[in-house]
Design a protein around this ligand. Structure first.
Ligand SMILES: [Mg+2]
Length: 165
């Protein structure tokens, strides 16, 4: 991964990108640079984001979550099923809190966090969903197939609306 730091055209000067090809999209109503802070880093170069690496992580994390969960869950598989699905909901709550924080939506709490924090929490939502899928499939290939099916469904709808093919 390219690690050259650059500021994309049109982005706040504080926004730092590690990949110049990533577009900077300013959410509606948040065009002011302060909303972005100075810690916007979309990628790091610690691991190449290959599909093989993604599937390996999904497999390993799922195995860990099921093997090392407390005995009460191991003795009640349905409880673990529910825990693995509702975990995604917990992450949604964290993403909402991050959005509240960096936009200053709650006067009592003031402004805290950054867009970087929000993106991280949204990523947690995505990967927690992947781990939950893997919990049920126990097959990284099948998990990938389920995810691709969802992506292709979205792609088809976008294409029908004139975006992509
Ligand atoms: Mg989180």
């Amino acid at each position: 991964m390219n690690t050259t730091e650059t500021t994309a055209p049109g982005c706040p000067s504080e926004a730092v990108f590690t990949d110049g090809t990533v577009p900077c999209t300013l959410p509606r109503g948040h065009e002011e640079p302060h909303a972005y802070g100075d810690r916007l880093v979309l990628f790091d170069d610690e691991a190449e984001p290959t599909l093989e690496r993604v599937l390996t992580i999904i497999h390993n994390v799922d195995e860990w979550l099921d093997s090392d969960v407390s005995p009460g869950y191991q003795e009640q598989p349905l409880a673990q099923d529910w825990a693995r699905v509702t975990k995604a909901g917990e992450e949604v709550g964290e993403a909402i809190d991050a959005l509240i924080g960096f936009t200053g939506q709650n006067p009592r709490k003031g402004t805290y966090g950054s867009l970087d924090d929000l993106l991280g929490e949204l990523a947690d939502v995505a990967v927690t969903g992947m781990f939950a899928i893997q919990h049920f499939t126990k097959s990284a290939d099948q998990t990938a197939s389920v995810i691709m099916k969802a992506l292709e469904k979205a792609a088809k709808r976008a294409a029908e609306a004139g975006y992509g093919d």
